[in-house]
Design a protein around this ligand. Structure first.
Ligand SMILES: [Fe+2]
Length: 314
């Protein structure tokens, strides 16, 4: 570990940028009564992947996404309480337990954790407190990327303008720049960005290009994956009855983005030789495909189903 990283971790209580240090996690209590006949880690479904990024020293990351926490305090609005009650049924009510198990596994098995969004299912005070608790081990936060559900508070439209109602509150709860952040680990630049509705802004594209100009290998982490043939096929097959819900602007997702900024950004990324991988979520299925000559895109299944991916990086 280099000294700058050590001091950075120290300053932020174990969490920084898009990653947080697994060794600094507390030992979460297990709940053996829930699965009395299973081994300790048999509740988790862990996929294994490797990215040869050109790191100065190998390390490993637990990639999780889509935990969909559904907490609400009794004094929150009626809409919030009703929505969270309904969605607790949707996701099974064991999402926080799944997150705890994932982090407990990470503490023993990997160096860092990356969460690519939808940690919460909708905006609520209780969910924001859970965000601070789990991202903020030691009173500070972890990091990652925001998903569409982070911004959800019952609004009809899902676009950049719809984010303004909750953005500042989210920015205060999550311990990283929610628009775009960068963390360098062993010479690998993890760049996380908010593409919660499947698109990026010109400002984000510009900031990403500035990161790429640092000359380090880059792993891009975000919520909505970019469409590739295999990922599109899997997503539309799984979400057949409700593809528009699962994939914002599904038509343009298939056709290569009508939004010119996002379209240009994707074309730029495909030509970027230093891009070594993309980590994403949102689809709740585990699927991977080649994105560019130098980068695979890895979509991890829903953490509410106790799913995660260990990514070893060399
Ligand atoms: Fe999502």
């Amino acid at each position: 570990m280099d000294t700058s990283r050590r001091s950075f971790i120290g300053a932020f209580g174990g969490a920084f940028g898009g990653l947080f240090a697994a060794a600094r996690l507390p030992a979460f209590a297990d709940a053996p009564e829930q699965f009395p006949n299973r081994g300790r880690w048999e509740r988790l479904s862990v996929t294994y992947r490797h990215i040869d990024a050109g790191a100065s020293k190998p390390f490993s990351v637990l990639h999780i996404s889509d935990t969909h926490l559904t907490a609400a305090y009794p004094n929150e609005s009626e809409w919030t309480r009703n929505f969270m009650a309904k969605r607790t049924t949707t996701f099974g009510g064991r999402q926080e337990e799944a997150l705890r198990d994932s982090l407990a596994w990470a503490k023993q098995h990997v160096d860092y954790v990356m969460h690519t969004g939808d940690l919460i299912d909708a905006f609520s005070e209780a969910n924001l407190d859970l965000v601070k608790k789990y991202y903020g081990i030691g009173g500070k936060a972890m990091g990652g990327a925001l998903g569409n559900h982070e911004f959800f508070h019952g609004q009809k439209n899902e676009d950049e303008a719809a984010k303004t109602a909750t953005r500042s509150r989210l920015a205060a709860a999550y311990p990283f720049d929610v628009s775009l952040s960068s963390t360098v680990v062993n010479g690998v630049n993890f760049v996380t960005l908010d593409d919660a509705y499947g698109a990026v802004t010109a400002e984000q594209a510009g900031r990403f290009e500035a990161e790429a100009k640092k000359g380090l290998p880059v792993i891009l982490c975000m919520h909505c994956p970019f469409s590739t043939p295999t990922i599109y096929r899997a997503a539309t097959k799984f979400w057949r009855r409700n593809v528009l819900k699962a994939v914002p602007d599904a038509k343009s997702w298939r056709e290569g983005y009508r939004d010119p900024t996002t379209k240009n950004f994707v074309a730029y990324l495909k030509s970027l030789k230093s891009l070594k991988g993309i980590l994403a979520g949102h689809l709740h299925i585990d699927v991977q495909d080649r994105f560019s000559p130098t980068a695979m895109e890895y979509v991890v299944g829903g953490n509410f189903l106790f799913h995660g991916a260990e990514i070893t990086i060399s």
